[in-house]
Design a protein around this ligand. Sequence first.
Ligand code: LLP
Length: 433
Amino acid sequence: MNLRNLPGQPHLAYRGNELYLEDIRLNDLAKEHGTPLFVYSKAAMLSTLVAYQRGFAGRKVQICYAMKANPSLGVIQVFAQAGCGFDVVSGGDIERVLAAGGLAEKIIFSGVGKTSSEMRLALDLGIGCFNVESEAELEVLSEVALAMDLRAPVSLRVNPNVDPKTHPYISTGLKDSKFGIAHERVLPAYQRAAKLAGVRIVGIDCHIGSQITQVEPYLDAMDRMLDLVEAIEATGIAMGHIDFGGGLGINYQGDTPPSADELWQKLLARLDARGFGERQLMIEPGRSLVGNAGVCLSEVLYLKPGEQKNFCIIDAAMNDLPRPAMYQAFHQIIPLNPRSDAPATWEVVGPICESGDWIGHARKLALQPGDLLAVLSAGAYCMSMASNYNSRGRAAEILVDGNRAHLIRQRESISDQMRGETLINPQTTAASI
Ligand code: LLP
């Protein structure tokens, strides 16, 4: 491991024997706030955003942060202040955007199962666009909007049947996936939308998956979508914006995604060649904006050397960092203060009562109980998927900005966890329950 050169994490570096994020010594944060602790770099988030903005220079584009990657208010606030819109997938997401200072008109609402009450909330607030994922949803949305005397702005999500070459759980644009409207049904669905009194067509969109590290699937999906735009516009329906869905994959370990500039140079060249370069464009990146901006700090609780495997038990677990258990994902693990002793090979695991509760397999580390570790690339899809399994409170979160560290989420207490739960009153009769 080259400790000076952490892949994809320019804001994380050792100074002497101490790991820093921007100008903050991570050891100090762990001592002050305890572990597990998520720490994010604001500069790292903004630098990835700037890379997208550079890639789109001179074009009409709206970048909508896919907040499912990390919906903490302090993180949303960073992107709202930078002018981003937001890709949301629930009424709760919408409330978070507004609470963090984001604008309703820059919200696009994705997801296969929007409820009528979520639709009403979104319509009432005047969001920018519903990314409609089925013909059935289109009908319901039109009725809900009509009952409010409104027309819902819609874009239909195309399922282009393109293989994004990523983990099957995060592939979303193949024929057998639950997402979007099948390519061959999209034209009739737009023709139906054009007749519905409760909707107004504002665009088209597509999302083929996440952690994509090659350009070709994006180009294939773009071609498939542009074929549809041509066919739909030939029937007299104007399309408005074109939304290309999620962003790039990131470097977890030896992954080599294209840079944002490289990806967009190729995509924009294709758009220009097909005469769509002047269109209003949208993208919905999540992981690439926050993934490598964050680390999760954790303390080594026990070392348990064994005949077949050595276990290093840390205080972070699959409830904090679910990606290894869910997708066999790799997150680099490094010490906050490297030791000079010879490393051993460890299974880095959490305290949860499941063999699936692992954070890293076969990691070469020199460790002692009480050591602090940083689990890298933990800014995206970690805290957002955290749970209370084993009655573990969710971790605290810190946003680092230069030499300042802001607590953006307090550690969840057991009373936070039990709020809303009630014991059954022994006086209550069965009939009144
Ligand atoms: N737009 C839509 C409609 C999406 O479904 C997603 C991600 C995005 C945008 C953002 O994609 P990104 O830029 O982050 O690749 N929990 C999984 C990832 C699930 C992604 C779901 N959709 C993981 O930890 O790998």
